[in-house]
Design a protein around this ligand. Structure first.
Ligand SMILES: [Zn+2]
Length: 297
């Protein structure tokens, strides 16, 4: 799907095997910047290379024209095809330094973050050739991408802003309302979203787990993410006020019920997100996420 003159969105459907005989239907987006050369933003899950290469060929371009692959973070649905794409194109692979280790050693990632279906979703480890820091500008004739560090969902998670076309790529930085809350730290997610909201004149917001949003909807998505975090926070505060919350899975089970999430959400990955709302001493952080209209762009 063409979004702007140079930017295209590729929707990649996939299934997560969550339990024997049980799968969760999902999709993830990868993005192409088609200029003099081709830049790929995220690589989808394992075997997405076929879909990406077919798309390029339908556009009259060649897969070997991919000269740069930027990975917003190291989660399986972003790096799944990185190894195959690197092997086919010999492109430069670029990430933030805090993402590098989990891209270069996927078994280390699995050990530290054993998500369901990991080895189905990830095609293998890939060497990182270029490290991206906050504020770096990736020059892609005739457009460019500014690197914005937006951690919280994952360490070293980056967003990219193409100012020439007003396109913001957010990866998984913004939680989707009523979707599975997955983040390392709620307070850091909030700080990252607020930073993205400060960008003026965004024309398109391109996230990994949502269809493209244009115009004012871009800012509404960011506000929606903040409101969802506030709602989660308020509900955790209520539960913790009534009970002694010392069991992460019990907190997770209660929150999944309160939020109306599917039963498969009762797992350690989601529990970690909820627990991040609690300080280590068990007290609740007062995040005061939504401060009112003055924060809106
Ligand atoms: Zn992710």
């Amino acid at each position: 799907m063409q979004i702007t003159e140079h930017i295209h969105a590729l929707k990649i459907p996939f299934q997560i095997p969550v339990a024997p005989g049980k799968t969760l239907e999902r999709f993830v987006y990868a993005y192409l910047v088609l200029g003099t050369e081709v830049c790929l933003i995220d690589s989808g899950v394992n075997n997405s290379n076929t879909l990406i290469f077919d798309y390029l060929e339908n556009m009259g371009r060649k897969p070997e024209e991919i000269s740069l692959m930027v990975l917003t973070h190291a989660h399986p649905d972003h790096i799944g095809s990185a190894r195959a794409i690197k092997a086919a194109t010999d492109c430069t692979v670029a990430t933030h330094p805090e993402t590098q280790a989990w891209v270069e050693d996927v078994e280390q990632q699995f050990k530290e973050r054993p998500v369901p279906g990991f080895h189905t979703l990830v095609g293998g480890s890939t060497a990182v050739d270029r490290l991206l820091q906050d504020g770096d500008v990736i020059v892609l004739d005739p457009v460019s991408l500014e690197v914005i560090l937006t951690p919280g969902h994952a360490r070293g998670s980056i967003s990219l802003y193409c100012k020439e076309e007003g396109v913001l790529f957010t990866g998984d930085a913004i939680p989707q309302t009523n979707d599975l809350p997955i983040y390392d730290d709620a307070a850091t997610v909030i700080a990252s979203i607020k930073r993205l909201k400060d960008i003026q004149d965004i024309k398109y917001l391109l996230a990994s787990w949502a269809d493209p949003h244009a115009g004012s909807a871009a800012y509404e998505v960011m506000d929606g993410g903040l409101e969802y975090l506030q709602h989660i926070h308020n509900e955790i505060r209520k539960i913790a006020a009534k009970n002694n919350v010392d069991d992460a899975m019990e907190l997770c089970a209660r929150m999944v019920k309160v939020l109306g999430l599917p039963e498969v959400a009762v797992n350690p990955l989601i529990a970690k997100s909820f627990v991040s709302h609690l300080q280590s001493d068990g007290a609740i952080r007062n995040l005061t996420i939504i401060n009112g209209a003055d924060e809106h762009q």
